[in-house]
Design a protein around this ligand. Structure first.
Ligand code: ADP
Ligand code: MG
Length: 261
């Protein structure tokens, strides 16, 4: 199958008066439609930079990023492409002065896309994912997990083909994080989305991903790509955690990461 996203020999460096900081070195990989890839690597190695390049916020110094949502394939700096990418960050960026409902339609409002069809989609997601009762509540009335679900619905409302998740769970306490990982994973499978998750939590990567890209320290290059297979398909992140494969993959990653630093 044709990959949704293909990176070929991507390099990037930041330039400032203090000099040059090389962040990414020769990154090549493909992301298949419907696939969930986790990106792990030492702090400061270039993970967020890589997401910025994929989303088109930054432009590679060399190499190419190809997104094939349309059959023709579009270059990464194509503005049409940006509409096809949803970004979710560590902070949920919900606005307290808006109700939950008015937060989740904010992206549609900004893009002038408040059509009946899009609003019906939002309504359905609020119902499906347990937030319908809270549509008139303020974000501060929601639990951390519910806030992240609201942020995800706001992102999905725009109909992205690809979701970039930059440590979206790291501000949550451990218990909540386990539950939210399950929720988000179920929602992404249900909506058949392709996702790239940056995380520093190895167990989160093993519990959620189809493949894990391990990056070296800065400037990041790809150290290993680990393809995950569990005895049973379709396990939730929580269910994966109690399999023997989980432990094995975790140990493997742990060794890779510790060789790395
Ligand atoms: P990660 O997300 O893996 O923690 P980043 O991609 O944020 O790492 O950053 C990679 C490297 O690039 C870091 O050393 C960081 O200090 C540097 N960097 C990030 N943003 C900038 C910037 N705007 N200007 C200069 N250097 C930057
Ligand atoms: Mg980062």
């Amino acid at each position: 199958m044709k990959p949704l996203l293909e990176l070929k020999n991507v390099c990037y460096a930041y330039h400032s008066r203090a000099g040059e900081t090389s962040a990414l070195q020769d990154i090549s990989f493909q992301l298949r439609q419907g696939e969930f890839i986790a990106l792990v690597g030492p702090s400061g190695c270039g993970k967020s930079t890589l997401l910025s390049l994929i989303s088109g916020l930054l432009v590679p110094e060399s190499g190419s990023i190809l997104f094939s949502a349309d059959s023709a394939g579009a270059a990464a700096d194509d503005s049409r492409l940006r509409e096809k990418i949803g970004y979710m960050l560590q902070r949920d960026h919900l606005f307290e002065w808006r109700t939950v409902y008015r937060n989740v339609i904010l992206g549609l409002e900004i893009q002038h896309r408040l059509s009946d069809e899009n609003l019906a989609k939002v309504d359905k997601m609020l119902k499906d994912y347990g937030l319908d009762r809270f549509r008139d509540a303020r974000p501060s009335e929601l639990s951390g997990g519910m806030r992240q679900r609201a942020a995800l619905i706001r992102t999905l409302a725009l109909g992205p083909e690809l979701l970039l998740l930059d440590e979206p769970f790291s501000a949550l306490d451990f218990q909540t994080r386990l539950a939210v990982c399950d929720d988000v994973s179920a929602i992404l499978h249900h909506e058949k989305k392709t996702a790239l998750l940056v995380t520093h939590d190895l167990s989160e990567a093993v519990s959620m991903a189809d493949r894990i890209l391990v990056l070296t320290k800065r400037p990041a290059s790809i150290r290993t790509i680990l393809e995950l297979h569990f005895g049973q398909d379709g396990l939730s992140p929580l269910a994966r955690r109690s399999t023997k494969e989980f432990q094995e993959y975790f140990n493997l990653l742990w060794e890779e990461m510790n060789d790395n630093v």
